[in-house]
Design a protein around this ligand. Structure first.
Ligand code: ZN
Length: 145
């Protein structure tokens, strides 16, 4: 196994054991739920947009380590982004995992590459993309408010 594969595994374990952005917002603008039936993963995304920027996000739920780690990385990544930046990132992330697209993330987001290996396991793809799809739906609702 290559060094980067080891590092990637470490990152996924770290995020799944100690996921970030948990808990609840006092006044979320949008709460969106997502379920991945094939694995039993559940996720709930709470969101506040301020002037078109994702100013607060919380992600809760339960599921396998891939879905939990992916949700944690997703929340870490998009907080502080504009809706447009977040949508671009969702597109890139799903492109990497679903379409096997070559994606270069900026340095501060390169942890996301840790999930790239999931593309080899079609069953796990849904685990990794669940929170991102749920975020996408939450954003679509939030911009209409
Ligand atoms: Zn799963």
């Amino acid at each position: 196994m290559s060094l980067s594969e080891d590092l990637y595994k470490e990152l996924i374990i770290e995020h799944s054991q100690n996921p970030g952005h948990r808990g609840h917002l006092e006044h979320p603008q949008v709460v969106e739920e997502g379920v991945n039936r094939s694995c039993g993963d559940e996720v709930s995304v709470e969101l506040i947009l301020t002037d078109g920027v994702v100013s607060d996000i919380r992600v809760n739920g339960r599921g396998c380590s891939i879905s939990t780690a992916s949700a944690s990385m997703m929340a870490d990544s998009v907080e502080g982004m504009t809706v447009e930046q977040a949508e671009d990132l969702i597109d890139n992330f799903k492109g990497m995992i679903v379409d096997n697209r070559e994606v270069a993330f900026p340095d501060e987001l390169e942890d996301l590459e840790a999930l790239k290996g999931v593309q080899k396991y079609p069953v796990r793809v849904k685990c990794a993309t669940l929170s991102w799809n749920t975020l996408e739906q939450a954003l679509q609702k939030a911009v209409k408010l």
